[in-house]
Design a binder for this molecule. Sequence first.
Ligand SMILES: [Ca+2]
Length: 170
Amino acid sequence: MPNEELIQAQGEALWNANLNMLAAADRNLDGIQTITDTGMLIKGIFFLPGDFLFTHLMMYVPSLAVYFELDAGSLYSGWAGFWSALGWMGVAGTTVAVLSALAIVSIKVGEFMKSLRLLEALSLPVLVLLPFILSIAVDRWMHGALDTALILAVLAEIAFVLFYWGKLRR
Ligand SMILES: [Ca+2]
């Protein structure tokens, strides 16, 4: 029975070494940057999901890593490729789903705004509040005139509603 702590440490070391390798410009350490290094980067990016899965199983569920015989040789293996392909399909599927949802939402919002006629919708709250704001201003200007000003504001609201009512019926 292999030591679980050893497997955890090995998983972490493998994952970090893989990331360090991908981050380096000269990935095969031959002292020169060539097409081989670019190939290793592309391969490394493709294998990221599978290698992530295997190393993190080693790190967090070592008993399972032991059962599936995961070790340094599991990275970049056929199974790592299988899980990587599945992982990237999941990423692509999620991206398409999110983009489609965003497209649907933006169309719906667009239709809603069009039906409201944007400027009218934005000006409506301002027009509704305006008489009340003015009545408070009047009270500041002529002390004690708030009651009168509010009555005038309510009358303005009624006139406003009647005006819109007539406009809508046309
Ligand atoms: Ca190189």
